[in-house]
Design a protein around this ligand. Structure first.
Ligand code: SAM
Length: 387
């Protein structure tokens, strides 16, 4: 791992002290979900709340909108017919807009497609990222910039249009469990003798026991002893809250994940937890708190269950590659006339589409309400049977 600067070491130490305070308040133990809430979102100190670069080559990881404008162009192509059809009061709401790159690209392409929304709303939990989004989106032409508004909470009035979230579900704090011959344990966090943070199992509470039984009942093979994995209780409430504001239109979710049987596959014995620091992926969530991203893959069956409970239609589920092909990435590539630009876009498209890159591990899910027209992005592949 690259060495820390003095400022980084001080930042991580300050967050570690804050976690120590919470550990003392919690009697020496925190659930992993509570730990993540601090490590990622403690005001001014958590990874997303503080000043780390995060995205792109100089950061810790690269997301699809940061990698290529092709991604945002395809998202815009998928949204355009819906926005046009819903009329003059159709809005876009983006959750967790990161650097603001997707918002900028989508707005510019929607303008070209003559399908601009009335407003482009952004709900971002990180104050630091909100400032970055403001700086980036200030560079848009006036006619587009005027449509962007930041929200502190989901809108109160019903929304007609599109809700977008790229790599937000994987950033929600999650719980971790392990089963053994004695039963089911929740893997939480404690401080060891030298003060180092470490895993600490505790008998699972009723909620976790019940969820574990429910997951197991869905699987072709029951989970075996010493199988460890994650589950994200916040996902249900998050989907329900999005459903509660959507009057008509579509929620479009992009993230790495699987349907349940693949998520809790017998081969994935240590779950899906991953940490990202300066483009190195590893599995130690206690390394440099506040300086690295900590994430788990998304159980898209849980997303679909929460969506059905909230009366949303599961209108599409496929790989990112299939979505981009269906939404028109080839037409976008063909539109590039300059040979240098064309070569660059072709190389970016490969990273978005190839199975070993983002093409297969990333999935796209469309959840709709009062919208029954076909969605081009889901015409190439239908993986809903895997949910
Ligand atoms: C992995 S980053 C993805 C950023 C961006 N969407 C992209 O693709 O580059 C996760 C983003 O979600 C935000 N976030 C996390 N939880 C959120 C929530 N409950 N509501 C809104 N944003 C959230 C984070 O602050 C961050 O901007």
């Amino acid at each position: 791992m690259p060495p820390l600067s003095a400022a980084q070491a001080a930042h991580s130490a300050a967050l570690r002290a804050r976690i120590g305070d919470e550990l003392r308040r919690g009697g020496g133990w925190l659930s992993f979900e509570e730990y993540l809430q601090l490590a990622l979102y403690a005001p001014g100190l958590g990874y997303y709340s503080a000043g780390a670069q995060k995205f792109g080559a100089a950061g810790d990881f690269t997301t699809a909108p940061e990698l290529s404008a092709l991604f945002g162009h395809c998202v815009a192509r998928q949204c355009a017919p819906l926005l046009r059809s819903l009329g003059a009061d159709a809005d876009v709401l983006e959750l967790g807009a990161g650097s603001g790159r997707l918002a900028a690209t989508v707005l510019m392409h929607l303008a070209e497609l003559q399908a601009l929304p009335r407003r482009y709303l952004i709900l971002e939990v990180s104050a630091e990222l909100r400032e970055r989004q403001r700086a980036l989106l200030a560079q848009l032409p006036d006619e587009l910039r005027a449509r962007v508004q930041w929200l502190d909470a989901l809108p109160v009035e019903p929304l007609r249009g599109v809700v977008l979230a790229n790599e937000v579900a994987d950033a929600l704090p999650f719980r971790r469990f392990e089963c053994n011959e004695q039963g089911l344990y929740e893997l939480g966090v404690t401080a060891g003798a030298q003060g180092a943070l470490q895993w600490s199992p505790r008998a699972a509470d009723d909620w976790l026991q019940q969820e574990y039984r429910r997951i197991n009942a869905d699987l072709p093979t029951a989970l075996e002893p010493y199988y460890a994995s994650e589950l994200c209780p916040l996902l249900n409430g998050w989907i329900a809250s999005l459903a509660s504001v959507l009057q008509a239109g579509m929620v479009l979710l992009f993230d790495y994940g699987f349907g349940r049987a693949e998520y809790y596959h017998p081969d994935r014995r240590q779950g899906t937890l991953r940490c990202h620091y300066r483009h190195r992926a590893h599995e130690d969530p206690f390394l440099h708190p506040g300086l690295q991203d900590i994430t788990a893959w998304v159980d898209f069956t849980r997303v679909a269950e929460a969506a059905s409970d909230a009366s949303l239609e599961i209108s599409g589920y496929c790989t990112q590659a299939a979505f981009l092909l269906g939404a028109g990435i080839e037409a976008e590539l063909a539109g590039a006339t300059d040979p240098v630009q064309r070569a660059r876009l072709a190389s970016e498209a490969r990273r978005l589409l190839m199975p070993g890159e983002m093409g297969e591990s990333f999935k796209v899910m469309a959840l709709t309400r009062q919208w029954s027209q076909p969605l081009a992005g889901f015409a190439v592949q239908d993986l809903r049977r895997l949910l």
